[in-house]
Write a protein that binds this ligand. Sequence first.
Ligand code: SF4
Length: 462
Amino acid sequence: MTEKLWDTNPQKFEELFDRYSDYPKGIIIKIATMIWGVRFSPSLFKTEQMQKANTARYFIFSFDMEKTDDMDEELGKIPTYFRLKNIDNHRLGPVVQVRPKNNSPYFFELINGKMMLCEQFPDDKEPKAIVEIEFDPKPDFNDKTDSKGEPFTNNASLIFWGEQLYCCLLRACQYWQGDLQCKFCDLNSIVINLRKQGINMPATKTPELLVEAIKAAQEEKENHLQVIFLSGGAVLDKIQGMGGLEWYMRFPEAIKNNFGRRYATHLQTVALPYDKCVELFEAGVDIHEANLEVWEPHLFKWICPGKEKYVGRDEWIKRLIKSVDAFGMGNVVPVFVQGVEMAQPYGFKEVDAAVESTLNAWDYLMSYGVTPRFDIWALEAGSSLWESQQDFYPPPIDYFLKTTRGAYDLLRKHHLPVARGYVGGSGGYGVHMFGQTAQWDFDEGVRYIKRDGSDAEGGEQE
Ligand code: SF4
């Protein structure tokens, strides 16, 4: 029997609010609903609010913490994101990614015409309404088809209230060929699972279809498009007869040739040598994300065996730091999977040690002008970690709260900008709109909160 290192059960919001009374409620809710998931009652799908919600959520990983077979009713009907309203004395609060989980105590319910996030635990007689929310609205884009007659949503998702177009260019990472995929990742498996359910996601995209999708996004009644986010799997050998970089480069070039440098264009690839980064920048990439995922050498080797084998951790870090000279400060944004360094058996067993490791890593990278970001770890059913982490997922919420506020504090310590090209611009509570991390939901007004109305003590200030 496996030793259980911490309590992985969801917790009541009132208890969390009391225990973490110096954190904004909105940030606690964001993290709690992302690590413990949310559920949807079948009747909710009939409401007008749900029918007007954006459901184009399979734009890269699934973020589904259930096997697709257990979700067949809801698959394709679940919204992408929701936004908290009227919270922490703010009209709008953080934007949160929807992560479905059938047995979560957190759920949505329509109460007096308002969509509410609610909770009900086994010892509760009645459900309890926590906060009003609104879903990311469905854009007209979702009902349109491209020149091949396929829904645009097979190729791209227009998300975050129309501000960002996300296109996963290659939904087949070649690290999976040798079973060297990152252990938290379900990129290749989700495509196969979705096809079984009739949701057809082509493995490769073309620059022509991407340009068509951008033009379709520009036709929205309220056109808010600002960010084009391009991602995809690693290429070891050739793809469609081209080397990986040559293949990927065609997409930012097509954007630049058609739209100039109007949109902040992100591209996620493996870490690249400096001269290749310069080529990418000149091709039209504004923000480069070569995701390091996890810091400690032994964990990188375990969690990211493909990255370790084909680039190596030290070389990856060297390339990240040098690439700031190509893209500029605030434009090199390696993702860390927040929480995966507590995966077992090799991960940290103590919260404080894990927090210290992560924040020391970020301090080091930020001292060179790199601006990392988190993706809060979702234990996806199609990932290699699914079976082995059932007793350990999620790590304690303390870990997520401490690393999130620590990330904000480090940004201030190093006088760095909020990473460029993210929805909601300069960040701040109720302004920032990126749903996968809460690090930019902090600002000086909510860094420490005192709920009884007295002055916040604010802890140690840089
Ligand atoms: S590089 Fe890792 S995280 Fe990215 S797609 Fe491949 S296996 Fe998944």
